[in-house]
Design a protein around this ligand. Structure first.
Ligand code: FAD
Length: 504
């Protein structure tokens, strides 16, 4: 029998996507395959992508990376969620955090009991019943405590990281090279396709070298050098629902303690991010060029920084959407080469991670069974579309009509599945998670409630419980949260003890 195992994997691109793929493939297949990564310092990376979601912990754990060492190296901070300012109405504030809301009771999720009281004016906003939101508001943070009872909310604090994306790629480069990944510096100028079936045979570098492979991982960023330029896979444009197409990004001096959350402030034609790291703050205004000029964006961003700008602001242009196929022939696109949905919920690095996990699960041999490719594409499309809908929700669930941009967003025709989710939630606060879509019930509840999509009634089973019992349940959740938050250190204290970066 001939040996059809993959022998050579070629990764094009050395941004977060390229080095995450290299690290994970080296860890899982290092002894089986030669892994080569080609990157061009002259072209550089997108250089943003500083806010993440909790799933990255699992990625790092699979690589056996020590958390404290990692956070130190990437000058990271911890993230409990995102603070949204001015989204539902100007002046509104809410948190979308990672943890649960209250704790479930009997057959129903906590928010149904809370909703009964809230609708009759007897309970505060939903954030008051989330440990993560209250801790974020007070600038407190700790990772999960193992020395508390398992039913204590402190036993399972869900956190993500805010970090310097360039340092993360560098960290993973060291990791990958130590495990045998061969790095080639150079610019890919040509892609050679096999005459018989159009599979990629090799890539040619400026200077004449050609690098052949069995499997090519396209991590070349927005360019989509292999998946699009060479294979003409096609792109589904989602600008009609996610209308922002540019970002102006600038780092600024750190002023005051780093918050354990990312901030997103809605602006006239988009929104502004603020991501605190140990040594500086990342900022950017994501906007629709149809509704605002670059100059206006520049002015708004620069006059809304906490501290002095540390560099000239940089414009990044993009088209929200996804590649029609993520895996085409012997090429798998990961990272920005596969699509981009804008950074509102910091989902891009997560999508890199899940693309890599899916590729490892469906790793082909040199026969490239179409069954594996089809499954990969179906799952990735599902994941992208469910996240897309959750992002659209933020733009659509608003009472803002103060600028043409918000008028457009509030009146746009949304995808039917999202419309259906909204109808169900507004009816009686219910939501069903489809298969393993990324965002679960607490996320949908926080964003819907935070942006004023309030249900008209609650689940009828709540009335089977005496109202006094509901009042006590809701009050007890608040008390437990208050005690837990009191026991948490300030975010900066926690960093100082656990993972303080060495000054540059
Ligand atoms: C404004 C903005 C904000 C973002 N914020 C977040 C966030 O908060 N959280 C998050 O999860 N994600 C965020 N992202 C997304 C995140 O930045 C990316 O998902 C991540 O950085 C991965 O990028 P990449 O590696 O796919 O592409 P890139 O960083 O663009 O890397 C592409 C690589 O390909 C190489 N390359 C390209 N062409 C060639 C060639 N011809 N020859 C050789 N090499 C080549 C480049 O040199 C580079 O090494 C943001 C993106 C944008 C645009």
């Amino acid at each position: 029998m001939t040996d059809s195992r993959l022998k050579n994997i070629v990764i094009v691109g050395g941004g977060s996507a390229g080095w995450m793929a290299a690290a994970a493939l080296a860890k899982t297949l290092g002894r089986e395959c030669t892994i080569r990564l080609i990157e061009s310092e002259e072209i550089g990376t997108v250089g943003v992508g500083e806010s993440t979601v909790p799933h990255l912990q699992a990625f790092n754990q699979a690589l056996e990376i020590d958390e404290a060492e990692f956070v130190r190296q990437v000058r990271g901070t911890f993230k409990l969620g995102i603070e949204f300012l001015d989204w539902g109405r100007v002046g509104d504030r809410y948190f979308h955090t990672f943890g649960p809301i209250g704790h479930d009771y009997g057959p129903l999720p906590f928010h149904q009991y809370w909703l009964k009281l809230f609708l009759s004016g007897k309970a505060d906003d939903i954030g008051a019943y989330s440990l993560h939101s209250v801790a974020a508001l007070r600038g407190r943070f700790m990772t999960s405590a193992t020395d508390v009872p398992v039913n204590s909310p402190l036993h399972c604090v869900a956190h993500a990281y805010q970090f310097d994306a360039g340092l993360y790629a560098r960290y993973l480069r060291n990791y990958s090279e130590a495990r045998g990944v061969q790095r080639t510096e150079g610019r890919v100028v040509d892609v050679k396709l096999r005459g018989t079936d159009g599979f990629i045979e090799a890539v040619a570098l400026e200077g004449g070298e050609t690098i052949s492979g069995d499997l090519f991982v396209d991590c070349s960023g927005f360019r989509g050098l292999l998946i699009e330029h060479a294979l003409h896979t096609g792109y589904d444009d989602w600008t009609q629902w996610l209308p922002c197409d540019r970002a102006l990004a600038v780092p600024s001096e750190k002023v005051g303690p780093a918050t354990p959350y990312t901030r997103s402030t809605a602006r006239a034609a988009g929104w502004q991010w603020r991501i605190p790291l140990q040594h500086r703050t990342g900022n950017g205004y994501v906007y629709s060029s149809k509704y605002i000029s670059d100059d206006e964006v520049h002015q708004t961003l620069m006059s809304n920084l906490d501290g002095r700008a540390l560099a000239e602001p940089r414009i990044l242009k993009f088209t929200t959407g996804r590649r029609r196929k993520f895996w085409n022939r012997n090429c798998v696109a990961i990272g920005l080469a596969s699509g981009f949905m804008e950074p509102l919920e910091a989902t891009s690095i997560y999508l890199i991670q899940s693309g890599i996990g899916r590729l490892i699960n469906l790793m082909p041999d040199r026969n490239f069974s179409p069954v594996l490719i089809d499954r990969y594409n179906k799952q990735a499309a599902f994941e992208f579309e469910r996240i897309r809908d959750f992002l659209i929700l933020h733009y659509f669930a608003t009472e803002r009509r103060d600028t043409p941009f918000w008028q457009y967003c509030g009146n746009m025709q949304i995808p039917e599945q999202l419309a259906d989710n909204i109808r169900l939630f507004r009816d009686s606060g219910r939501f069903f998670r489809d298969a393993d879509e990324m965002f679960a019930l607490p996320s949908w509840v926080q964003v819907m409630m935070g942006q004023r999509f309030v249900p008209t009634r609650y689940h009828p089973a709540v009335d089977l419980i005496p109202e006094q019992e509901v009042v006590e349940l809701v009050a007890s959740v608040r008390n437990v949260i208050a005690r837990c938050v009191e026991a948490m250190p300030m975010h900066e204290q926690f960093i100082a003890r656990y993972c303080q970066a060495v000054a540059a």
